[in-house]
Each structure stands twice: as C-alpha cells, then as structure tokens.
Ligand binder design. Structure first.
Ligand code: CS2
Length: 486
C-alpha cells in the first residue's frame, strides 16, 4: 500500500486540507506531540486554517522531548496524519495538515531552542502530561529535588525537561529583542497556566533573574480546560484506518466525537481563530477557565480514574466494560451527582446536570476501547486534582465522601501491582518507588505529603479510605461496589 503523502491529497475521498499547506508558517511550537494533541488542539487549528485560509501563520512545529517515534512516523508523510472519529454509529476520517514539522529534542536540542526562539513563533503550547511540569502534585510548586530539574539547572548538558527548553528558548528571544510568546498549557493540571507560570518563573529565577522578569512582564500563560477522549492508537487501528483511506498511514489518531477547549483569552502575540471551526462543543474563550477546569477534572477525569482502578483490579480492560458492570453506571453517576457536583464553583449558563448526564454515554462509547491501564498511569499526578481536592472541600464542610474514598482506596489497592486474578502489571508512575512500599498501610501512604498534602492528618479521611481499602482487599472490587447499590 502506498504511503499517505501530500501528492495523494487531491485523490482522497475523505476531508483533507484545502488551504495552501506549502505556505504555512510555524506560529505554534507544541511540546509533547502525542495522540492527544494531534486529536485535539491540532484539529481545532486545522479548522482555523480552513476558516481563514489567508492567515497561514499557524502551522504547528511539534516537539517530542525524548522519543523519535512520532517524527519517524509522521515526517515521511510530510506531517500528514488521519484523525478517525468513532462512536457507536461508525467512524469518520479526516486528514489533518496543520503539523508541518516534528523535532526530537534528545537528538537535536539546538533545533528545539532555535524553534522556540524563531521570529515566526507566537505560541508555545504543551501536552507533556502532568509529570512533565516537575511540580509537587499537592501544591503545584516546582520540585527542586527532581533529578532532571537539578541537572538542567546546572546547565552543562542539553536540557532534559520542558522547563529547561522553555528557559533557553525564551532567553534567546529576550537577548535578541524578539516578541514575547504565549505559553499555553493543555494538560489536566489544576490551573494549568498558573501552574506552568509558577514553575517556569521559579526555574528562570535560578537561571537568571532578568530572564524571570522578562517572562513575567511579557509572556502570558492562559489557563485552559481541554477535553476529548483519545485512546492510544493500536496496530489494528493503523490497519483499519489505512484500509479505509486506501493509503498507509503509519500513525493515525482515534478520538470520540466530543471536543471541548475552554481558554482564557490572554495571548501575547495573537492566536488562530480556533473558535471558527465546527467541533462540538468546540472552543470557547472566557475570562476565567478555572471553574471549567474543576468541572472537567472532577466529573470527567475523576470518574475515569475511579473506573480505571476498579477496572484494572477486577480485570475489566476498557471503560465501556467497566461501566457495563452491575450497578457501576449508578455508582459513577451518584459519585458525580452527590459528591463531586456540589463542590463545583458557579458555572453561569451551564446546565451541570445535563453536562453530567452527557458523560455516561461518552464513557460507554463502545468503539473507543479506552483502556483502564492507560488511565491508571501516573496516579500520583492525577489523584490530587481529580479526587483529593473535592474530598478536602467536602471534609471541611462536614459532608460525606464515601464513593470518592472508595476511588482513592482503589488507587492504593492498585499500587500493590497485581490484580484480583493474580496477574501482575507494571506501575507506571514517577513516584512508584516511593509509593509502593507504603501501599500496604493506609496510614503510611496517606502521610505521603507530596500527593496527599494536609489530608493525611485528617483521621476522618484516613479512616474512610482505610475502611474501603479493607473491603477491597477482603471482598474484591465487584462485591465492594455492591455495598453502594443495595
Ligand atoms: C484520562 C484522560 O488518561 C487519563 O488520565 O483520564 O486522558 C482523559 O481521557 C482526557 O482528559 C479526556 O479529556
């Protein structure tokens, strides 16, 4: 089968770029060009390019910090790839053209620094996953004990962290008198823009106080909420999508129909008209994104994390299989409705009940195959904003949180490293070494402040999680869940 390439575009029968790709400039540098970015921000950027074909400033130069696999798959296709949108009604395909280059930092660090410092660059966006910020998950502050941060601050080798690249790229912009840029975090962190700003300013201060002041005075860090379920692409996805296209695509991406991006409209050097596209519900610019982040991190991601740990332990491999278990739909709906929804800040104009009800069909989407093991990764970085923050708020108000406590207990249960059928799995988590030895004892693990913060000092919290953990260990996940729907 022939490879997807620009020469083939005219002949394709699926939606494809219609703007002048050959004239695209690299206005966006994106650190962490994984499947999520390619199925989310890149698609909305593609929509903006289609809507404003005379404004070709917004091509994306993707950066992988370590691995060459995305570059190796995409660049022989000149950056083109297919997005397959799937639900129970079928699949639609679209070839995306917004990505014009992919760099691999580990192979050519200078190219990445030069790209951030390029006069065309206006936005540096990031999906580097929660752990990429090298912050303390409980507080958001830069972890100066992080080995890569400590090495990057010494500065005698090529950077290993995103912060190291940002600082060098921005320093070069400052020294050359170039325009500032917008730094746009698209990760699921609480106040992701503010968090990025905090860790980057702390880092830059240690590099050069004048750099810190330049970034602080000129660059902007909008907070944003991003949402689309994007499972890891599998070999069978590649085969099916290539067959549908009639051309071999080495690395397509798969996503659900839903796409949401709520962004604070604070851009230092312009932005594409992301809101121009037809994605649903699409892009919305707001003054304050934090209420939307909370909504999403708690209802969507909190539910996903609970389902992920139940699923891994009981042997249900995908979220649609989890939610099909007896009582599970009600458990998740009740956790959202009774324990998470009451913790949300006001969201004027949003019908939160309807939003909540729309999530269950998304979790049930049978065509996605969203794997519980994928969501279970990096729990130490996810649990604080998804489950612990709402628990802390409920505790402070004396409100019950039994379902959320079960979610936290399921994560601790998962940390033992083998499921309820005895099958072992790797614990992929940057804090795995610290956490695993504590996981047998609820008091010891909840006293681990980088994740639990002050919560470990609350007897009510420790007892509630301990009770659920004991049930999980004695009776297993399915029977423990049964207690909630009797
Ligand atoms: C998931 C998210 O893997 C995970 O942690 O919870 O990737 C989730 O699917 C997205 O945030 C949905 O927008």
């Amino acid at each position: 089968m022939e490879r997807l390439s620009p020469n083939q575009l005219e002949a394709l029968r699926v939606q494809r770029p219609r703007y002048r790709r050959d004239l695209l400039r690299g206005g966006i540098v994106h650190l962490g060009i994984g499947a999520f970015h390619r199925a989310h921000q890149a698609v909305v950027t593609e929509d903006a390019l289609e809507a404003d074909p005379d404004d070709l400033r917004w091509g994306i130069c993707g950066v992988s910090l370590r691995r060459p696999d995305t570059r190796d798959a995409l660049m022989p296709q000149a950056g083109l790839y297919t997005l397959a949108v799937r639900d129970g009604d079928g699949t639609s395909h679209r070839v995306i053209g917004a990505v014009i280059d992919v760099l691999v930092a580990a192979e050519d660090p200078e190219a990445v620094i030069a790209r951030i410092a390029h006069p065309d660059t206006r936005i540096v966006s990031l999906t580097i996953t929660e752990k990429g910020y090298c912050h303390h998950p409980a507080t958001g502050a830069l972890n100066l004990h992080d080995a890569d941060i400590a090495r990057d601050l010494i500065g005698d080798e090529a950077p290993r962290t995103a912060l190291g690249y940002l600082a060098l790229g921005l320093q070069r912009r400052q020294q050359r008198g170039l325009e500032p840029v917008t730094l746009l975090s698209c990760d699921n962190l609480a106040s992701n823009g503010d968090t990025l700003r905090g860790v980057l300013l702390t880092y830059a201060m240690l590099v050069d106080p004048a750099l810190r002041d330049w970034i602080d005075a000129h660059c902007t860090f909008p907070n944003s909420m991003v949402d689309r379920i994007v499972p890891k692409t599998t070999d069978s996805d590649i085969a099916r999508i290539s067959a549908a296209l009639g051309l071999h695509d080495a690395w397509p991406v798969v996503g659900e129909p839903f796409l949401q991006w709520v962004i604070e409209d604070r851009f230092a050097a312009g932005r594409p008209r992301w809101e121009a596209g037809g994605a649903h519900p699409g892009v919305q610019f707001v003054d304050h994104a934090q209420p939307f982040e909370r909504l999403k991190h708690r209802l969507v991601n909190g539910s996903q994390s609970m389902m992920a740990y139940f699923g891994v332990m009981a042997g249900w491999p995908t979220t649609d299989r989890v939610i099909a278990q007896p009582g599970m739909r009600d458990f998740i709906n009740d956790a959202m409705r009774h324990e998470l929804q009451p913790t949300l800040p006001p969201l004027p104009g949003l019908d939160v009940d309807a939003y909540r009800e729309s999530l269950l069909p998304r979790f049930e989407n049978p065509a996605l195959g969203h794997r519980t093991r994928q969501i279970a990764m990096d729990g130490s970085q996810k649990i604080p904003q998804r489950l612990l923050a709402p628990i802390a708020e409920r505790l402070a108000r004396g409100e019950p949180f039994d379902r959320l406590a079960l979610g936290v207990a399921a994560w601790i249960h998962f940390l033992r490293g083998y499921d309820e059928h005895g099958e072992a799995y790797p614990i992929e988590d940057p804090m795995a070494d610290a956490l695993r030895p504590l996981a047998g004892d609820v008091r010891a693990i909840t006293a681990f402040t980088p994740v639990f913060g002050e919560l470990g000092a609350s007897t009510a919290f420790v007892d509630a999680v301990g009770r659920q953990l004991e049930r999980l260990r004695e009776r297993g996940t399915l029977a423990t869940l049964g207690v909630f729907h009797r």
